[in-house]
Design a binder for this molecule. Structure first.
Ligand code: ATP
Ligand code: LTN
Length: 336
């Protein structure tokens, strides 16, 4: 007789993050914070998307250390490796294998519309590789292998998620019910944290200007200094407005960290200048990130335990991934 466990009845969640640099406050507020809050209610699978990271040239030693540190940050956030499935993408070969299959069900035209591809090819004009173009097929594979109901991401990933949904629907229409069509799960505040130096651009860990982003592992002094230097405007009133992208970005960050509404924040800083406001944002962010940094410092020093945990995660992930992958292969007509 087949027993139904709690795991079987829970809705499923999947998300990944690239080890392409120091994780930022944007990654934290846009995605990672939700990963943590979702782990109680959902059956969650979280991965370090190392295969995605090489769509941009990476220095080998640096990539290796970033893979370790990204996995360690996931643990430092309080994600439980026993309860969730946490692993490194390249350790589960079905990701790359299914990506190939899915790329044959994805049109050149729909890939060409991806804004991330356009942005990154403009930024890395000397390395517009096929992997960068095909990136959404690998992301679709990451997702569809685990049949998640929800995918917690920042707003910038919505377009990639839509293509994953389109691919799933297309495949299911031809072959029957193979993939679950997932929903994006985007936070109300913090979904799009902007650069502190140019609030028209998203905060990105691959931005060369270190003052444009706050890293999860930055010291309190660095965090406060970066907020003090944040680009604002020539007014002095703390209020949310599309014409004030710098201040509005800081308002969004403060709101995401403290849970206060824009109106409450505007009232709190009535009659005060930008200096006071920037300091308050810096302190609130530093206080939120301090326990993560403290936990990280302990976790990263024990490589043996780190390895035990990512191997455990890969074993759990592979058991699920293999089933979906073989089902898809069989439907297409491969001899298994
Ligand atoms: P890169 O800068 O190398 O392209 P990235 O930080 O944009 O990397 P990922 O590491 O793959 O990309 O992003 C992980 C998660 O963080 C995704 O869910 C993404 O939507 C979210 N995210 C990234 N930047 C921001 C941001 N500025 N604001 C909110 N969410 C973000
Ligand atoms: N492309 C994503 C990272 C990513 C991802 C995924 C997110 C890779 N695979 C699967 C959610 C689900 C990004 O944020 N740049």
């Amino acid at each position: 007789m087949c027993q139904i466990t709690e795991k079987d009845t829970k809705k499923k969640v999947l998300s990944c993050i690239q080890p392409s640099g120091m994780l930022t406050l944007g990654n934290y507020l846009g995605a990672l914070k939700n990963w943590v809050s979702m782990q109680e209610e959902f059956d969650c699978t979280y991965a370090v998307a190392d295969l995605h990271a090489i769509t941009v040239r990476q220095e080998p030693a640096k990539l290796r250390s970033q893979i370790y540190s990204t996995f360690a940050i996931m643990l430092a956030l309080g994600l439980d490796p026993e309860k969730n499935t946490m692993f490194i993408q390249s350790h589960v070969p079905e990701h790359a294998q299914l990506a190939w299959l899915l790329s044959c069900y994805t049109q050149f035209g729909e890939m060409s519309r991806m804004t991330q591809f356009k942005d990154k090819s403009a930024k890395h004009a000397d390395n517009i590789n096929v992997g960068l173009f095909a990136y959404p097929a690998l992301m679709a594979a990451d997702i569809l292998l685990y049949k998640p109901d929800f995918v917690p991401v920042g707003a910038d990933q919505k377009q990639h998620l839509e293509i994953a949904r389109d691919i799933a629907v297309r495949f299911n229409n031809i072959y029957g019910d193979v993939f679950t069509v997932p929903e994006p799960y985007i936070p109300k505040t913090g979904a799009r944290v902007m650069s502190l130096q140019d609030p028209s651009k998203k905060m990105s860990k691959s931005d060369e200007n270190v003052n444009s982003w706050v890293a999860i592992l930055d010291s309190k002094d660095d965090i406060i200094r970066k907020f003090k230097r944040a680009v604002t405007d020539s007014e002095t009133v703390v209020r949310y407005s599309q014409d004030k992208p710098g201040i509005s970005n800081l308002l969004g960050i403060y709101s995401a960290v403290t849970g206060k509404s824009n109106e409450q924040i505007e009232r709190e800083f009535e009659g005060k200048g930008y200096g006071d406001f920037k300091l308050a944002v810096g302190e609130a962010v530093a206080d939120e990130l301090a326990p993560i940094k403290a936990a990280y410092d302990k976790i990263i020093s024990d490589k043996g335990e780190l390895e035990r945990l990512y191997r455990l995660g890969a074993d759990k992930a592979e058991r699920v991934a293999r089933k979906t992958y073989f089902k898809a292969m069989k439907k297409v007509g491969f001899v298994l």
